[in-house]
Design a protein around this ligand. Structure first.
Ligand code: SAH
Length: 474
């Protein structure tokens, strides 16, 4: 037997016996899994309704490591470096490898028999028998505390007989939190190897992918994210830069999605977004539009669909937000889109995207068969609607204009939306069906269009459909 490192996971709340279902490991059995570095064993040190503890015991076998490295069979880099660095005794990337292989479903947040519990924050405690930090206990604490853990470290003097040698860099780590089990495992998966600040071997892009996958939802906002990423990626500058760039995107998305998420979650039951895009696409096809501009195109969800459709000759997008447009450029790989000769593209539609505001006259809006304005008017101040109508219907004057907007009457059907609240924090107003009809008809009359109305989404007898669409034709 080689060196032993233990990870224990304790569930401390009524029904704790269910930990076995969460980990997909039967509390009645001892199970052993062969690993590249030796073996991993799983057993339970206590089982009860109030507390249940599972132990993941790593048995790190230095001989197996040498054999593997000599035969060249071990390619992960992790195992070899641990041996070469003479630190098989403390938790390191071995622990991450074992967590992923032995508790893979739990790490991913899946439970065959107790999915609801897997989705819930539960009262958990984890201990790792030996972690290593040359930067002292404060560093270990600064990794876990921002994630909501109560962190307890017990250090050991380097040698009990010679206290004057000082503290050793080895600690026993105890973490307590009310969190989902998958979050706890993800945090350990990423942060334990970060403690082990070894840089003696190379790693590849696959590690960036793993880091981002397991860091999803928390790493982008972690105060030490640069250190974590750089150490996890073994100080590879190129990989660190790539990972940090991707995390920065996630952080921006995170911010915006807090707001967007509210609206999307409310509406998800009926997948309103998809229905809306389909309805707009149908309306455009019906009138045979070939050159289309999407006004307030946001990140380009509709543009993407239009570009993939061979029925359009040119598709443009305009939005006031430069942030939305830069995300759009990434989403659509705009550079490729602008060169129709790029091989492999399914459509040859041209694409133009620019920044602008719908409430100011803009000659770039001229020359289109149709304009779409999907979930945008409610983001304009009500007293700017007249300017909007002038810019679109009097100045740009496309043959067809498709406008969609929420139907405020339907809001009472969204159980999670408090009474009187609008669907999104940036909505300046939302129209009833009658208000929308009146507004559209007065524009049509004033600017020489006809307008027809179409409900989008589940139609409720009393309150109508969640989204309303007006299609203006000349
Ligand atoms: N049409 C997109 C985005 C809807 S969100 C979709 O359906 O996914 C509303 C969008 O309108 C945002 O991207 C916002 O930046 C844009 N917007 C708000 N005021 C605007 C203005 N005055 N001119 C142009 N775009 C505007």
């Amino acid at each position: 037997m080689g060196a032993i490192v233990n990870l224990t996971i304790t569930m401390k709340q009524p029904g704790a016996g269910d930990l076995g279902y969460l980990l997909h490991k039967n509390p009645a059995n001892l199970q052993t899994f062969p690993m590249s570095f030796g073996a991993a064993h799983v057993f339970y040190s206590e089982v009860g309704d109030a507390r249940t503890t599972a132990v993941l015991m790593l048995d790190v076998d230095p001989i197996a490591l040498i054999r593997k490295s000599k035969s060249g069979a071990e390619t992960s880099g992790f195992a070899l470096s641990q041996y070469v660095n003479d630190r098989p005794y403390c938790a390191s990337s071995f622990l991450s490898v074992a967590i992923a292989q032995v508790f893979g479903s739990a790490l991913a947040g899946r439970s065959r028999e107790r999915q609801e519990l897997a989705d819930q924050a539960i009262c958990l405690e984890a201990t790792v028998s030996v972690v290593w930090s040359h930067s002292g206990p404060a560093f270990i604490e600064s990794l876990f505390a921002p994630l909501g853990y109560d962190v307890e470290l017990s250090g050991a003097p380097l040698d009990a007989k010679f206290p004057e040698w000082g503290e050793s860099p080895y600690y026993k780590l105890k973490l307590r939190a009310t969190t989902r089990l998958s979050d706890l495992l993800s945090h350990l998966y990423v942060l334990i190897p970060v403690l082990d600040n070894d840089k003696h071997y190379s790693i590849d892009k696959a590690e960036v992918e793993k880091l981002l996958r397991h860091g999803e939802g928390w790493l982008a906002a972690h105060p030490l994210k640069e250190v974590i990423v750089s150490r996890y990626l073994r100080h590879s500058r190129r990989l660190t830069r790539s990972a940090l760039e991707q995390l920065a995107e996630e952080a921006v998305e995170g911010e915006e999605e807090v707001a967007a998420g509210e609206e999307e979650k409310l509406e998800e039951r009926i997948s309103l977004n998809t229905l809306r895009q389909q309805a707009v696409l149908d309306a455009l096809k019906k009138c045979g539009a070939r050159k289309v501009i999407d006004l307030g195109c946001g990140e380009g969800k509709l543009l993407k669909i239009l570009l993939e459709d061979k029925g359009f000759e040119h598709v443009s997008g305009m939005d006031v937000s430069s942030r939305a447009l830069s995300r759009l450029a990434k989403r659509l790989r705009l550079d490729e889109t602008l060169q129709p000769s790029v091989p492999g593209r399914t459509s040859r539609t041209g694409c133009t995207v620019f920044q602008g505001s719908l409430t100011y006259r803009d000659d770039r809006l001229q020359g289109y068969d149709a304009a779409t304005c999907v979930e945008v008017i409610e983001h304009l101040d009500k007293d700017r609607l007249e300017a909007f109508a002038r810019v679109v219907f009097a100045e740009a004057k496309p043959g067809v204009v498709v406008v969609t907007t929420p139907n405020i009457e339907y809001n009472v059907r969204f159980e999670k939306l408090p009474a009187g609240k609008l669907r999104h924090s940036d909505h300046r107003f939302e129209f009833t069906r009658q208000e929308f009809k009146d507004w559209c008809e007065s524009i049509a009359l004033q600017h020489g269009y006809q307008v027809g109305f179409h409900p989008i989404g589940e139609l409720d007898n009393e309150v109508g459909a969640p989204t309303q669409m007006g299609v203006f034709t000349r």
